[in-house]
Design a protein around this ligand. Structure first.
Ligand SMILES: Cc1cc2nc3c(=O)[nH]c(=O)nc-3n(C[C@H](O)[C@H](O)[C@H](O)COP(=O)(O)O)c2cc1C
Length: 446
């Protein structure tokens, strides 16, 4: 076996977990949404597992059904990570920041501040926010993709230029000579395009990794071009090894087309493991979280199976006639797994307890089931690593760290410890300071 090791990121959200109902799971403080100490404790647990980075999705809008569900994001991603930075020392921290609704100067300043405060552990996921609820918060409507992505390219390039507005040795801070910084090495950027512009410079010197690492999550042609030009990490939602490999290849090709080395882009597949001593226990864990939500998901489960299903059947398995008539929907990549589980004779509630409608694949059962899934996908060359969404943080991060991580380490698939100190070190991300000269200049006038 080669010495290639997988990289791991962890979804980091609202203080409860990746399921919208984890706020009411056993042993969880239902007020954790505003408890930064709990959030820091969870980050420390992930760091104990040598996870390379936390990744915080975000949309600047409140869109959940608050009656039963907690918002699926932190109070504020950067302020949360500022606190996490003080409670951790090695784990990388990637936050989502909207290119549609935030000015590049603000993005550049806040992410660079986090990078400096965390000693080079920050990353940015530039999101071309497409949620109308977010637009409404800024008195706007959602523009078509060409405009949103045109703006995103400009924003990213200006942000990177601002990050490079202090040369690496510009900050002298020598009390003997009285020189604080070399003004010849701190320069404005004077960049502007069709949508945004900025003069600069930033008031912030380089961090230990120079500047934050860029990520990308999402898809489509526009998203791929963005990822190919700027991202060191791409996070994808994918339900089969073949599709994951195709997504990874596409990201690598996009990087090549932008003049970069394809190895500079690492592809992460999402994963939402349900871990418990037995398959039955893992299904029970998820059914408890789904008490309120599963009944309303039964009709959609039916669509995935090509059947009309009634929520009143939720505690029954499919009948022989239903099984004979069932066909996995060609329109939902999760349908083959739902079909497979349905054929094992589980009730509808139990089928849903297998996570068949979750956003990412759900290995169900003891830690070895999750480790086997990860090993299979990794050794098939479909991924460089995984983005793991833990259902309930309070006990789930420890379970992943104490049970899955050691199995991956024993199998030689995951590192034993952090080899370096910065997020770039953890990812093997190429050094970069300021704009990448290989890809700069799109839509931004110098
Ligand atoms: C794993 C994953 C995580 C994502 N996280 C976010 C996020 O936090 N915020 C966001 O605005 N979009 C996020 N997206 C991207 C959106 O789902 C969508 O792909 C993106 O808004 C692109 O849509 P557009 O092409 O219409 O802009 C994520 C996508 C994936 C696959």
């Amino acid at each position: 076996m080669s010495s290639r090791r997988m990289l791991l990121g962890m979804q980091f959200g609202n203080g409860y977990g990746a399921q919208v109902t984890s706020w009411r799971a056993p042993n969880v403080d239902p007020k954790n949404y505003t408890d930064i100490d709990a959030v820091v404790r969870y980050a420390q647990a992930a760091e104990r597992g040598k996870i390379q980075f936390l990744f915080l999705p975000d949309t600047p809008a409140l869109s959940s059904d608050l009656t039963h569900e907690a918002p699926q994001m932190t109070l504020d991603p950067l302020l949360t990570l500022a606190a996490v930075a003080r409670g951790t020392s090695r784990i990388g921290m990637v936050a989502t920041g909207s290119t549609t609704f935030i000015e590049p100067y603000n993005l550049a300043r806040q992410f660079k501040a986090l990078d400096v405060m965390s000693h080079g552990r920050a990353g940015w996921n530039p999101a071309t926010t497409s949620d109308p609820n977010a637009a409404a918060n800024f008195g706007q409507t959602i523009a078509e993709r060409p405009e949103r992505y045109g703006r995103a390219h400009e924003v990213i390039q200006i942000v990177q230029a601002l990050w490079g507005s202090w040369e690496e040795d510009a900050w002298i801070a020598d009390p003997t000579t009285g020189i604080f910084a070399d003004p010849a090495k701190v320069r404005p950027v004077n960049l502007g395009g069709q949508y945004v512009s900025s003069r600069g410079p930033l008031p912030i010197p380089p961090s230990e990794q120079g500047q934050p690492v860029l990520f990308s999550a999402g898809g489509g042609e526009y998203g791929l071009t963005l990822a190919g030009r700027y991202a060191s990490g791409v996070i994808g939602s994918t339900f089969s090894i073949d599709d994951a490999r195709a997504q990874r290849d596409a990201a690598r090709e996009a990087a090549g087309a932008a003049g970069r080395d394809p190895d500079e882009v690492k592809f992460f597949a999402g994963l939402m493991p349900a871990i418990a001593p037995t398959v039955r226990d893992a299904v029970e864990r998820r059914m408890l979280l789904g008490t309120n939500t599963f009944p309303q998901r039964v009709p959609y489960l039916g669509q995935m199976l090509g059947l009309r299903l009634d929520p009143r059947q939720i505690d029954e398995p499919l009948t022989a006639e239903q099984l004979a008539a069932a066909r996995p929907s060609p329109y939902d990549p999760r349908a083959p797994r739902a079909f497979e589980v349905a054929n094992q004779g589980w009730t509808l509630r139990e089928i849903l307890g297998h996570g068949v409608i979750d956003y990412h694949p759900t290995p169900v059962g003891p830690a070895s089931v999750t480790a086997d899934h990860m090993q299979e996908w990794f050794e098939a060359g479909a991924v460089d690593g995984f983005w793991v969404s833990i259902d309930t943080y309070e006990d789930g991060i420890d379970t992943f760290v104490d049970e899955v991580v050691p199995l991956l380490q024993e199998r030689g698939l995951f590192h034993e410890d952090y080899e370096g100190k910065t997020l770039r070190d953890h990812l093997g991300a190429a050094p970069q300071y300021g704009l990448d000269p290989r890809v700069s200049g799109v839509g931004v006038a110098h």
